[in-house]
Design a protein around this ligand. Structure first.
Ligand SMILES: C[S@@+](CC[C@H](N)C(=O)[O-])C[C@H]1O[C@@H](n2cnc3c(N)ncnc32)[C@H](O)[C@@H]1O
Length: 253
C-alpha cells in the first residue's frame, strides 16, 4: 500500500496543520464512551491507525494504551508525543499482536479503508484483540448520509507553528457516487524563512452508509450504537460507532 505524502515525506506537517490541542473536545467523547461501556477505570486500550497520536494524547492520562500504524514516520511523531505508549508498525487489516485489550479504538484512520472487505478484515482484527464484552470505537470522517448529495466540498485553513505557516486547501469530491470511495486533493502552501513552496497530495478514502457500518459490526458479533461527534474545523463532526463484543462472538467466549 502506498502511503499518502502526509504520512510519509510530509509527515512533519501533521502537528502543524492538525495540532493535538484541536482534539481535546472530541477526545472527551471517546473517554466518555469508554467509561460508559466499561465503567470508570484505567482500561487497556489499543488504537489502530494512531497517526500522530493527537487524539490519543488526551486519553493516555486515563488509559493504558498500545498503538499501531502503517507509517513509521507517524509512529515516530506519536512516540514523541506519547512516550509511555507501546508503538508498533502494522496494518489494521492484518496485524496480530497476540494479546487482548479492554477496548480497540480506530479514529479517523478508519477512513482509509476503501472496501467492505477492508472493513470486514479490520473488524476481525478488532475482534481478536478484544476480551469478551470488550469495546470497539470507530470514528470515520464521513458517512454516506452526511455527504448530503453534493459531489464536492472545499475547505481552507491556515496554521502556524514556530517559524512555519501552512495554508491547507482541500478539495473533497466524489468522482463516482456508485462506489465506496471519495478523493481529497490537498494543496499545502508552506511559508518558511521568507520562502513559499507548494506541495500536493491526494488521499483516497472510504465512504459507507450508516447501515453498512452497523450491519458489518453486527455480523462481526458487536452490539452497536452510533453517537454524533462535536463539529471540527470544517463545521462537521462525523459520527462514532461503538460496539460491545458479545461473549458468544468472542474468540475467548
Ligand atoms: C489522519 S491520520 C490519524 C491521525 C490521528 N487520529 C491523530 O490523532 O493524530 C491517519 C493514519 O492512518 C494510518 N493508516 C492508514 N491506513 C492504515 C492501515 N490500513 N493500518 C494502519 N494504519 C493506517 C496512516 O498511516 C495515518 O497515520
Amino acid at each position: 500500500m502506498t502511503l499518502n505524502r502526509l504520512y510519509n515525506d510530509l509527515a512533519w506537517l501533521w502537528p502543524v496543520i492538525s495540532p493535538p490541542e484541536e482534539y481535546a473536545d472530541e477526545a472527551v467523547y471517546w473517554r466518555r464512551a469508554l467509561w460508559d461501556k466499561l465503567g470508570v477505570g484505567r482500561h487497556r486500550i489499543l488504537e489502530l491507525g494512531v497517526g500522530g497520536g493527537h487524539n490519543l494524547s488526551h486519553l493516555t492520562r486515563h488509559f493504558q494504551a498500545t498503538a499501531v500504524d502503517l507509517s513509521p514516520q507517524m509512529l515516530r511523531l506519536s512516540t514523541g508525543l506519547n512516550p509511555g505508549v507501546d508503538h508498533l508498525l502494522g496494518d489494521m487489516r492484518s496485524v496480530r499482536l497476540g494479546r487482548t485489550f479492554d477496548a480497540v479504538l480506530i479514529h479517523d484512520a478508519v477512513s482509509y479503508l476503501l472496501t467492505q472487505d477492508d472493513l470486514k478484515a479490520t473488524l476481525e482484527t478488532a475482534k481478536v484483540h478484544l476480551r469478551p464484552e470488550g469495546v470497539l470505537l470507530i470514528g470515520p470522517d464521513w458517512v454516506r448520509e452526511d455527504f448530503d448529495g453534493s459531489t464536492s466540498k472545499e475547505f481552507r485553513w491556515v496554521r502556524k507553528k514556530g517559524s512555519v505557516e501552512v495554508t491547507i486547501e482541500e478539495y473533497l469530491h466524489d468522482p463516482d457516487p456508485d462506489d465506496t470511495q471519495i478523493e481529497s486533493v490537498y494543496t499545502y502552501t508552506i511559508k518558511e524563512a521568507g520562502q513559499d513552496r507548494v506541495e500536493k497530495d491526494v488521499h483516497i478514502t472510504g465512504l459507507f452508509p450508516i447501515a453498512t457500518w452497523t450491519r458489518l459490526m453486527e455480523e462481526a458479533g458487536f452490539e452497536v450504537e452510533m453517537t454524533r461527534l462535536p463539529p471540527n474545523r470544517g463545521g462537521y463532526g462525523g459520527v462514532m460507532f461503538s460496539g460491545v463484543l458479545l461473549p458468544q462472538a468472542s474468540a475467548g467466549g
